[in-house]
Structures are given as C-alpha cells and as structure tokens.
Design a protein around this ligand. Structure first.
Ligand code: HEM
Length: 505
C-alpha cells in the first residue's frame, strides 16, 4: 500500500489535519468539545470535572520537566509512563492519556511523539495559535532516574531549580506555567490538600476547581483573572487556603508580577508566546534524539491508495484523494487524476471535513479549513504497469511489480497471514517478510515494538501474478497497527499496516 509522503508523515498528518467531519481522526474527536473527558462517556464524562485536552498538556509537562539539558538526559521520551507511582505524578492524567493514546502506537509512532502531539492538538483545537509539530522522539525503556516535578508544596527555590535543569529560566517558567494553566483544573481527587471535598458534587464528581473561567479554551483568561482578581483569580494554586500549596502565587509573584503583566500586555500574542514555550518544552529530548522537520499539512494527499484483487481476480488500484482548502477558498467539486496517459474525472464525496489548519481568525470567531474527498477505483487491464499518477501537476509514485495484497492479508489473534503478488515469475524465496508489532510492556502503558521476520512459500497464481504466502506468529496480541514489510533481496518494496481491530486510527 502507498503512504504519502511516507508512513510516519501520512499517519501523523492525518491526526493534525483531519479534525472534524468526514474521516476525522479519533484523536481530534477525543477533545471535541474541548471540555470533553474521553475516559468516561455520556453523563459520567460531563459531570466528571475532568478535561482530556488539559490532561494531555499536563502529561507533557511532567514528562518534560525531569530533563537535564546539560547532561542531555530525559525530556519528552514517554518515561512518565513508568513513573506514575511517584508522589510527584499524582492525578489521573497520565494513565488516562496513555490509555487513550496506546492504540495509536506502532513502529512509526512512538508514545513520546504522542505526548508531544497531545499538546499540539489541545492547543490547535482549543483556541491556541497553530503550533508546529516535529516528530522523531524515542520511547524510554525505563523510568528516568532523575526525579523532581514541581508540586503545589514545592518551595520557589526548588521549583526554579527543576525548571532551570530543563532549560527554562524564571521568566520562562512563569510564562510556561501560565500557558499550561489556561486549561483545566485542580481536582480534589488527587490534590485534596489544595482543593477540599466541598468541590465534589454530583455535577463535579472529581471535585475540579478551574484555573480560569474557561477550562476548555486556550486563552489569556488565567492571566487576566489573576491580575484583575476576578473569576477564578488564577485558580486554586493561587487561592487555596493552604498557604504551602500556593505554588502558582509564589511563582507569579516571584518577579513582582512583571512577567504576568507582560503576558497581559501581549493580548492575543500571548498565544504566540505559548506556541514558543510549549514548543520548546515538547522539543526538549534526550541528547541522542534528533527531531525531524515540522510536518506540513498536505494540500493534495492520496489516502489508502493500494493495488488489490477483486473477487473476480482482477487487479485494481483504489484510494481517495484529499484536498485541503483554506478558510477563504472554495472547495473543489471535481478533480482530474492522470494515470497511464489517461485523465480520469473524480467527483467529490458529499461530506466534507474541517481542519484547524487553513483556519482564519476573524474577530473572536474562527472559520476552518475544509477537506474534500475524491474516491477512485481503476481496473484497467494494464493498471499494474502504472508507475505513477498525478493530480494537479503533483506526481505520486506507484509500483505494482510486487506488493502485499491487502484484502487477503490478515491478522487474526496473533497469526498474520500475508499474501504478496509478484509480477515476474521470480521465486518466492527472493522475498522476506518483516513485521513490527506493538505489544504490552511491563511497567508502562506505552507499548514496546517487537520485530520479527518470516519466509514466503509459493501459492497458486492469479491473472499474471505469482502469489507467495507467509504465515507469521506474533508472540502476543498487538496493541495497535502491525507493520508488515515486503523485502526483495533485502530491499524494502512495500509496506502495509494491518489493523488488529483495536487501532484508533
Ligand atoms: C510550578 C509549576 C507547576 C505546578 C506546581 C503545577 C501543579 C499542578 C497541579 C497540582 C495540577 C492539578 C492536577 C489535577 O488535579 O489533576 C495542575 C494541573 C495542570 N497543569 Fe500544572 N503545575 C505547574 C506547571 C505547569 C506547566 C509548566 C504546565 C505546562 C504544560 C502545566 C499544565 C497543567 C495543566 C494543563 C493542568 C490541568 C490538568 C487537568 O485539568 O487535568 N502545569 N498543575
């Protein structure tokens, strides 16, 4: 199957761009509306007093803050998954978030990249300015030996030492904390010394007290309300009667509120400051990790493009083209796909999607970008010879010489049954199968990736193709998409992600 421009970018770009409506990613749905709590459903979620979008940002903070930038250790590496029993990581955010993210993890998407992506999504979908997203993090194999996350009782000096170790000076720390604390709440469940049990009601079962009057909106309210002493007055870490637990008050006042007043003066640009600081936090990674360039949303994106055989044994090429239009552009109704010297006119599906990318802020309201989908299926007798197709002048490569057949390649329990089709009559033993399966890992909800290889045997042929079969056994059930790779004499020729029925993609 074809993943444009590559498997990792294709998967992550889907989460970033396909936010609402047609083919929306399950990831975006989790924080729509931004007050949603995905761990529970219906009434229970609405009355929980918890906020998934906010939890995701808190996970980033706790994973990041134990970085030691001068030693090149820690940072965003999903080690937080091993550290949830530490007192400094109190609260349900970590296990809630990892439980939701777990089915998204596969060979191409480590948990650490999802920790960063969670914050990007909460910011982008809940009112922040668009935040660039760079993939490339690596998951830790154990807890970070470095401890020290600021808690409500931590004194100012030690709090600043923790931030300094992670590369953030006093001013940065105030800004980053204000950015984080524009979303969400402090909960009696987890922090009874900050919020007493009077907060627990049938409509607020976890006893959440919000940092500002808009817990689901990424805005400047927390700064405004703190300085004007209105609304939530900066939230429980400012106002709690327990003086030792007034960590936000101590931090904000530590430079006589100069930084908080500066943030207020920035107005809407506060959001750019947060893009910068949250971006620095999520891009703080161990010295051995090199992040890739930011993922750019694709204007023209082929989706699920693959060769396959129909029930009559005929080869066909099918898929969808997604066109992303900005808020000011009109959506295309038809599209020309050029293949094998032919132009095929594609018609748009009736349902569109909406995207935070390409959005326009007009006054206080936002109009979003639109995605339009154009399905196609081509069973021309010579389709297997096509080496590329093009849309609006952009060319996308294809190869039909040897490929994994999607409709007959299955994962059932722990058994992978893979069929590949090969054009020329080459022996099946020129080919090998490589698998990479996300599986349960002890001590954390972040899966580990288990790799394997298998050989092929000859199977009965089909309309000009030699078929080869391989049956591979995973040692455990997978937690997400399993990658299946076809190699010819050691060179990768095709990749297919096989859904074990659990993946959240
Ligand atoms: C001095 C530093 C900080 C302290 C002591 C602190 C402490 C806390 C505490 C006690 C909670 C309540 C958690 C709960 O009840 O579930 C919380 C929530 C939160 N924190 Fe911080 N925090 C600090 C800095 C930051 C920073 C830098 C960020 C930036 C990403 C951040 C993001 C959040 C978010 C988004 C929530 C809301 C979570 C929710 O509603 O579930 N915090 N923080």
């Amino acid at each position: 199957a074809f993943y444009y421009p590559d498997v990792q970018t294709s998967l992550l770009e889907h989460i970033l761009v396909d936010n609402w409506g047609a083919y929306a990613s399950n990831f975006s749905s989790a924080i729509t509306p931004c007050t949603n709590y995905v761990t529970q459903i219906g009434e229970a979620a609405r009355n929980s007093g918890r906020t998934t979008a906010a939890q995701w940002m808190r996970v980033l903070f706790h994973d990041f803050i134990t970085a030691n930038v001068s030693a090149g250790t820690g940072g965003v590496d999903a080690s937080i998954g091993f550290e949830t029993a530490r007192g400094e990581n109190s609260g349900s955010a970590f296990n809630d978030s990892f439980t939701f993210w777990r089915p998204f993890v596969n060979e191409f998407v480590p948990m650490a990249d999802l920790v960063a992506l969670g914050t990007v999504m909460s910011n982008n979908l809940c009112g922040g300015h668009i935040m660039p997203y760079r993939p490339g993090r690596k998951d830790a194999n154990a807890a970070d030996p470095t401890t020290g996350v600021p808690a409500p009782e931590t004194d100012l000096e030690e709090t600043l030492v923790f931030f300094e170790r992670a590369g953030f000076d006093q001013t940065d720390s105030i800004k980053l904390t204000a950015c984080g604390h524009t979303l969400g709440s402090v909960h009696h469940g987890g922090f009874p010394d900050v919020v007493d049990d009077s907060a627990v009601t049938p409509n607020n079962t976890n006893g959440g007290v919000n940092f500002d009057t808009t817990r689901g909106v990424f805005d400047t309210k927390v700064v405004e309300e703190y300085l004007a002493w209105t609304g939530q007055k900066g939230g429980p870490l400012v106002t709690t009667a327990n003086i030792t637990a007034q960590s936000d008050l101590r931090l904000y006042e530590s430079d006589k509120n100069v930084t908080m007043r500066d943030l207020l003066g920035q107005g809407e640009s506060f959001k750019d400051t947060c893009v910068d600081l949250l971006g620095r936090a999520m891009n703080t990674v161990p010295g051995s990790v090199e992040l890739k360039a930011p993922i750019a949303p694709l204007t023209v994106k082929p989706i699920n493009v693959t060769f396959d055989f129909g029930s009559d044994g005929r080869l066909f090429l099918s898929g969808r083209i997604r066109i992303l239009s900005g808020a000011n552009d009109s959506n295309p109704k038809s599209l020309d796909l050029h293949i094998l010297n032919r132009d095929i006119k594609l018609e748009a599906e009736s349902e569109n999607g909406r995207s935070a990318w390409g959005s326009n802020l007009i006054g206080t309201s936002t109009t979003y970008g639109t995605t339009t989908y154009f399905p196609f299926s081509i069973d021309d007798p010579s389709i297997g010879k096509a080496k590329s197709f093009s849309i609006a002048g952009q060319t996308f490569s294809l190869q039909g010489e040897s490929f994994i057949v999607p409709s007959t390649s299955t994962l059932s329990g722990t058994t992978l049954n893979i069929i590949v089709a090969i054009q020329q009559s080459r022996p099946c033993n020129d080919f090998t199968l490589e698998t990479a399966s996300p599986e349960v890992r002890q001590g954390t909800l972040a899966p580990r990736i288990v790799e394997g290889t298998a050989a092929f045997q000859k199977a009965p042929g089909l309309s000009g193709y030699q078929l080869c079969q391989s049956v591979a056994q995973l040692d455990q059930e997978s937690t997400g998409l399993v990658s299946v790779k076809l190699l010819e004499s050691g060179v990768l020729v095709d990749t297919l992600l096989v859904n074990g029925g659990k993946a959240g993609w």
